[in-house]
Write a protein that binds this ligand. Structure first.
Ligand code: CP
Length: 344
């Protein structure tokens, strides 16, 4: 009985989404937030809330076989998709690119064309820190040649599953008024150079959903043009840009920390610049003193304490990083249901 109930909840929401998305006969991918409408994104958040409330393994898609194709390490995305697939009645196999013949030079075309014959969908992480946008092109090629749905598990341009899980967290925390909250999304120092994917997805979501975001970063760490152009535009919500970390934290409800490498700088330029400003871009209690007293700290993880954020903030009472991580599972289930409902 719980399965029947879950199926009907899932169908209800997914049918709503179908009205806004591609036709049910088309291959449906989830590659970038920037390609989805407000009603689609809001539908996903509500579907994830339903999935979370039902708390059951909903065997919606028995017999579907997924491949988790990852070119770099992952704890949250990989495991949450694996568990989400199982709870939906699917099988999911991890396919590190280092154990595929791609390692020996087999092309994306051949790999995708073959995997598409065995699998019903691919969840792919692919990026190259020295060649911005190559990961995105590779995902598009995989989706084209595999001819089965492809979900972006983080490329160099977007990390849509992460930010949709974060939208679920904000929706749970603040209810339908989450749009009104002041969200400071700030660059923080990391020794490892990371893609701007999470930041791009946040800006795309903020712009589409009408959030109140202050994008704060040191001069020079601009986003790629397509996403930078979404900032400082009038609209129902607004993404302001600030280079003053302390000022931007004034009356914040959320301080979300993320380090990224700007696509506008070379690897070496970025390295030199981030090391120069390291001390100024570690978020600590002094920043939270400027924020609202119940302001929360968000970080999509992984993180290293005392790099982008002080340990007392990471482990403090206002930190919701594990709640964020937990919501990855519920949002992955919503995304999988959204993708596969279309082909039922
Ligand atoms: N936030 C995130 O994507 O974590 P993983 O790299 O562990 O998947």
């Amino acid at each position: 009985m719980p399965d029947i109930q879950a199926r009907s909840i899932g169908q209800l929401r997914s049918n709503q989404l179908l009205k806004d998305g591609a036709s049910s006969m088309q291959q449906r991918n989830f590659l970038k937030i920037i390609r989805h409408s407000r009603s689609e994104l809001e539908g996903l958040i509500e579907l994830a809330l339903d999935m979370k409330t039902a708390k059951a393994g909903h065997k919606l898609f028995p017999g579907k076989q997924l491949g988790l194709l990852f070119s770099s390490p992952s704890t949250r995305t990989r495991v949450s998709f694996h568990v989400a697939a199982k709870q939906l009645g699917m099988d999911a196999e991890y396919l590190g690119m280092d154990v595929l013949q791609m390692q020996n030079g087999e092309s994306i075309k051949d790999t995708a064309s073959v995997l598409g014959k065995y699998l019903h969908g691919l969840i792919v992480r692919s990026y190259d820190m020295t060649n911005f946008a190559q990961g995105q092109f590779d995902l598009e090629d995989l989706a084209f040649y595999a001819n089965v749905p492809v979900i972006n598990a983080c490329d160099d341009t977007e990390h849509p599953c992460q930010i949709m899980a974060d939208m679920l967290t904000l929706r749970e925390l603040y209810g339908k008024d989450y749009h009104k909250k002041r969200i400071v999304f700030t660059w923080g120092y990391t020794s490892r150079q990371k893609t701007p994917a999470v930041t791009h997805s946040m800006i795309a979501a903020a712009s589409t959903l009408g959030l109140n975001v202050v994008l704060t970063y040191p001069p020079g760490f601009d986003l790629s043009d397509q996403y930078q152009h979404l900032t400082n535009k009038e609209g129902s919500g607004r993404v302001e840009v600030s280079h003053d970390l302390m000022e931007s934290c004034e009356k914040a409800d959320v301080i979300y920390v993320r380090g990224w490498k700007s696509p506008k700088m070379s690897y070496d330029e970025d390295r030199k610049r981030r090391d120069e400003i390291r001390g100024d871009w570690c978020i600590s209690k002094k920043h939270f003193e400027r924020a609202n007293p119940d302001a929360v700290f968000m970080d999509c993880m992984p993180l290293i304490r005392e790099e982008s954020t002080s340990a007392d903030v990471v482990d403090g009472p206002n930190s919701i990083i594990y709640h964020q991580a937990a919501n990855r599972l519920h949002m992955q289930k919503a995304i999988l249901s959204y993708i596969f409902q279309a082909s039922l």
